[in-house]
Design a binder for this molecule. Structure first.
Ligand code: ZN
Length: 237
């Protein structure tokens, strides 16, 4: 049997699929990966992305942080792609128990998924650090310098910065879902960004499927590997 047919058969037989996705899921919607440093980037910013989106940099130079954030991390107006849509359909059909994502764009929810564990937070949630008021992503996008609430407090995106810890509740829910999964699909990630690799170790089954354009250090642990674009695979499922 060809790999794709095996994969389809496993999906048919599953009732608690977990999908673990990285930046590759979003780039196919046209959203650039903010971790990738392109030529344009180096002309505009004096520091690598890992430095700018750290907690200490955010506190030291918030206006600089928000200039990077608006330009590189807050791409609004993008739409879910075929992968987001198929995953939402599986959840409605009772086949998929959770999406665990490293992305912060909210596209899984926009496609209709409900159980989405966002390890790195979401640009769609922004709160005043003084009064706690909610602010939209558009508000942050359209503000200038450091976004300020009407009370005068700083509005901080609910996005996990380097040097910050991940939300414990989100981690626990992800671990539970992965440890109970009958099929684990890991896609669009090289598994080098913390805590991806650690989380998939909680999977106990023997149907681990890896989909990534490039090889990953985990290919040899997977039961099926596809080095193709996600769209190519998911449009056939
Ligand atoms: Zn406020």
């Amino acid at each position: 049997m060809k790999n794709l047919e095996v994969f389809k058969k496993w999906i048919d037989e599953s009732s608690s699929i977990v999908f673990f996705g990285g930046a590759g899921v979003s780039t196919e919607s046209g959203i650039p990966d903010f971790r990738s440093v392109d030529g344009l980037y180096s002309q505009k910013f004096d520091y690598p992305p890992e430095t700018i989106i750290s907690r200490s940099f955010y506190e030291r130079r918030p206006a600089y942080f928000f200039r990077f954030y608006r330009e590189k991390m807050l791409p609004l107006g993008f739409e879910p792609n075929i992968t987001h849509k198929v995953l939402a359909r599986w959840e409605q059909e009772g086949k998929l128990s959770a999406v665990v994502t490293q992305n912060i764009d909210g596209l899984h929810q926009k496609a209709g998924s409900r159980r989405v564990y966002e390890l790195h937070g979401s640009v769609l949630r922004n709160y005043c650090t003084r009064c706690g008021a909610f602010h939209s992503a558009e508000f942050v996008k359209e503000s200038e310098g450091v976004p300020k609430c009407r009370c005068g407090g700083t509005v901080k995106p609910d996005v996990v910065l380097y040097e910050e810890s991940l939300d414990q509740d989100t981690i626990e829910k992800s671990v539970t879902a992965i440890s109970r999964a009958d099929l684990l699909i890991v896609a669009g990630t090289s598994l080098t960004v913390y805590p991806a690799a650690g989380l998939i170790n909680y999977y106990r089954g023997n149907r681990l499927v890896l989909i990534n354009r490039d090889e990953t250090p985990y290919d040899r642990y997977a039961d099926l590997v596809f080095h193709e674009s996600l769209g190519d695979i998911f449009s056939k499922l």
